[in-house]
Design a binder for this molecule. Structure first.
Ligand code: SAH
Ligand code: SF4
Length: 375
């Protein structure tokens, strides 16, 4: 391949991430019948095809025309690491050079893919590594669904298993970013994922975690109906203002009101309250009792997350005894409160540790440079 050709700008239209309507519109522009969209959709999202040549139910000349003007790509894999416990983390490099992380957490017969919604995060929760990353932009629908599809590539899970025996069976929107600050794109991506003729993941297998963007919680319930997880982390506004600063805009009582109104909250589909265990900060018995009191009346699960340390963090994780005692109080009040075992800590893939590796490396080399200048 000569250099001239290699450097030519790629103006082909990306099909991955288009809604059904947008895909049909592309075909109309090509003078094709909109029903072809159904066939293309099947190839892209059921078969996982990225090469038009493979799409043998489409006419040959149509495939050739498509290949000239359109493409189906995945986010580029910059690095892939697998933890001792099987957790796998990818650093994806996006077309503009920005990077984002995705994690797959396998269980014995299933597993969840933890998907990012933004590069970095505009919020600055004091215990979260992502919040310290300066570069931020929203991911496109294609970049969001593309993370899941690339993870499936890695495990060869195509075509989409229809008998339920999936290894990559769940999605948690718990990677980098605040999904409800990128609502439109996240909603488009999740609608693609839930579409019955493609990846066909049920809304019961999708959980969206939010730090508490109250107005969007209602929309999320009405339009998507996925499971909701709330990053609560504190039971008093003064402390939550510090840990999860968006609390200053939407304080605890407004957040809990939005949870009470969440349409799918029933015993079968409980809301998960995430609570990070920070030694001496939010982990007293009194706070456990207050937590129980606050969520009263809401069908809830309480997820206690041991704090995952990262370089430069100002917190420590509560002791095992403290976590056990806290969990006991919550359990005794009738709430299931699994303590989430951190997975993939050895590859910095655990909750709240995501922050692109090269970004970290840059920071450290900047520091080294500054030191050199000072010296
Ligand atoms: N922005 C969304 C989703 C991404 S964070 C949100 O905040 O909910 C996913 C979960 O990891 C959140 O509950 C977040 O509070 C938690 N988290 C962040 N940093 C953490 C850390 N260092 N240790 C443990 N959990 C952390
Ligand atoms: Fe953003 Fe969530 Fe991290 Fe807060 S915890 S900084 S909202 S990613």
């Amino acid at each position: 391949m000569n250099e001239m050709f290699f450097n030519e700008p790629d103006n082909r239209v990306e099909l991955c991430g288009l809604t059904r309507e947008e895909l049909a519109a592309e075909l109309v522009r090509m003078d094709e019948k909109p029903f072809r969209a159904k066939q293309l959709w099947h190839w892209i999202y059921h078969q996982g095809a990225t090469d038009f040549a493979e799409m043998t139910t489409l006419a040959k000349d149509f495939r050739a025309r498509l290949a000239e003007t359109h493409k189906v790509t995945r986010p580029g894999v910059a690095t892939e690491q697998t933890s001792e416990d099987g957790t796998r983390k990818w650093l994806f490099r996006l077309p503009d050079g920005k990077e984002v992380e995705t994690v797959y957490i396998p269980e014995s017969d299933r597993g969840a893919v933890c998907v990012s919604s933004q590069v970095g995060c505009t919020l600055t929760c004091s215990f979260c590594h992502t919040g310290t990353q300066p570069m931020v932009r929203n991911l496109t629908p294609g970049e969001i669904v593309g993370q899941f599809m690339a993870a499936r590539d890695s495990y060869g899970e195509w075509p989409t298993p229809i008998d339920g025996g999936r290894m990559l069976s769940n999605i948690v929107m718990m990677g980098m970013g605040e999904p409800l600050f990128n609502y439109e794109n996240v909603a488009k991506a999740l609608k693609i994922v839930m579409d019955h003729e493609g990846i066909a993941l049920s809304k019961r297998r999708i959980t969206l975690s939010t730090s508490g963007i109250v107005p969007e919680i209602e929309r999320c319930g009405e339009e998507l109906g996925v499971n909701l997880a709330i990053s609560l982390h504190a039971v008093r506004d003064d402390l939550r203002d510090e840990l999860v600063p968006i609390n200053k805009k939407w304080p605890i009582h407004e957040l809990l009101e939005a949870c009470r109104n969440y349409p799918s909250s029933s015993n079968a589909r409980r809301i998960t309250f995430e609570y990070v265990m920070l030694a001496g900060i939010n982990d007293s018995d009194a706070e456990a009792h207050e937590l129980v009191r606050l969520v009263k009346g809401i069908p809830a699960k309480i997820n206690l997350i041991p704090f995952n340390p990262w370089p430069g963090a100002i917190y420590e994780c509560s002791s095992n005894n403290r976590i056990r005692k806290f969990a006991e109080i919550v359990n005794d009040a009738g709430y299931s409160s699994p303590v989430r075992t951190p997975r993939g800590r050895d590859i910095m893939a655990a909750c709240g540790q995501l922050k692109s590796a090269s970004e970290r490396a840059r920071k450290y080399s900047d520091k080294a440079e500054n030191k050199a200048i000072e010296a």
